[in-house]
Write a protein that binds this ligand. Structure first.
Ligand SMILES: Nc1nc2c(ncn2[C@@H]2O[C@H](COP(=O)(O)OP(=O)(O)O)[C@@H](O)[C@H]2O)c(=O)[nH]1
Ligand SMILES: [Mg+2]
Length: 301
């Protein structure tokens, strides 16, 4: 996970309130402006390093914690078992600390009778489009606010703001997921009203976001039909973590080779309890079922 991929650094995250136009972490925001592509924000050396010929006998990308299954002989002597143990301990510490903060967020939300949903997907699956349409269709009847998560730019927050909904943007810099600490800061800034719904759009990624509880009421996964039907078995942790799968972009099915039943079968194989709805955030097809799910979740809470 993140100690391996090198992204678990919340320090560089910036929270921006689009109404106040005020960066909580002004220093990071200044860096963002200095480097519009975000590459220098919260920059740190990636954990992957190229192992020298001397160390490895051959060069390849080598994460510090990976387990070796090479069949060829090694002539280097670093202790893989202790590296692995250190890495696992660090991972457990990070996740345990995150869990404590997530529970604090959960209590904070429950105290205000707020339903928070953590929306996750790979980049481009349609999270922001889904939110835009949801706000358009439900905004009058359901008090909805949004936390946007991306490595860089305020683009998605600007899109949400154009709908009229209140929104706060988190820029994670090098980070590939939101964590409970970032969510806590964003919730404080957002200050959502009692009995409302907070939609949290996570950073586009089917791996790390699954591991980090934000204190949400439920995790929702958006998979678009352009991604291939085998994603549930390739990224089982994400599919296991989620209560609802929204299979998006079904308007494109006539133009693609995508077997819906096969995809649903794979999803149920890794998570027999997952609910699955087929939608098109663009055309609006199937969206009523999603709205009914949100209302039911809210009624449960
Ligand atoms: N055809 C089609 N395109 C969609 C749909 N939902 C989103 N898109 C497009 O997919 C692209 C990525 O959408 P976006 O909402 O930015 O994805 P995000 O990265 O998950 O937030 C955009 O070009 C959207 O217009 C859909 O239901 N059907
Ligand atoms: Mg988006």
């Amino acid at each position: 996970m993140c100690t391996t991929c090198g992204c678990s650094n919340a320090q560089g995250a910036a929270v921006t309130d689009l109404d106040a136009k005020e960066a909580v972490h002004a220093q990071v925001e200044a860096q963002l402006q200095a480097t519009p592509d975000g590459t220098a924000v919260g920059a740190r050396e990636p954990s992957y390093r190229r192992v020298s010929e001397h160390e490895q006998g051959h060069a390849h990308l080598h994460p510090p914690s990976h387990s070796h299954d090479h069949t060829h002989a090694h002539d280097h002597s670093h202790n893989h078992a202790s590296e692995h143990a250190t890495s696992i301990t660090l991972e457990q510490d990070i996740l345990a600390k995150n869990q404590l903060l997530a529970e604090r967020n959960r209590g904070w939300l429950a105290g205000r009778s707020i339903l928070a949903l953590n929306l996750m997907s790979s980049p481009g699956a349609g999270k922001t489009t889904l939110l835009e349409r949801t706000i358009h269709d439900l905004g009058e009847t359901l008090p909805l606010t949004v936390i946007e998560g991306d490595q860089a730019t305020l683009n998605d927050a600007e899109r949400i703001r154009a709908t009229g909904a209140r929104v706060v943007q988190i820029n994670t810099g090098t980070g590939c997921h939101l964590d409970a600490e970032m969510a806590s800061r964003a919730l404080t800034q957002l200050d959502p009203p009692m009995h409302s719904v907070v939609m949290i759009e996570n950073v586009g990624n089917l791996v790390c976001p699954a591991l980090f509880d934000l204190g949400e009421g439920a995790k929702v996964l958006i998979l678009s039909v352009t991604e291939g039907e085998d994603k549930p078995i390739k990224y089982p942790h994400m599919f296991r973590a989620c209560s609802l799968l929204l299979l998006n972009k079904i308007d494109l099915l006539p133009y693609l080779r995508f077997d819906v039943e096969k995809c649903i079968g794979y999803a149920r194989r890794v998570n027999p309890w997952i609910e699955i709805l087929q939608v098109s955030a663009q055309s609006g097809e199937g969206m009523e079922a999603w709205y009914a799910w949100v209302h039911a979740m809210r009624a449960e809470g």
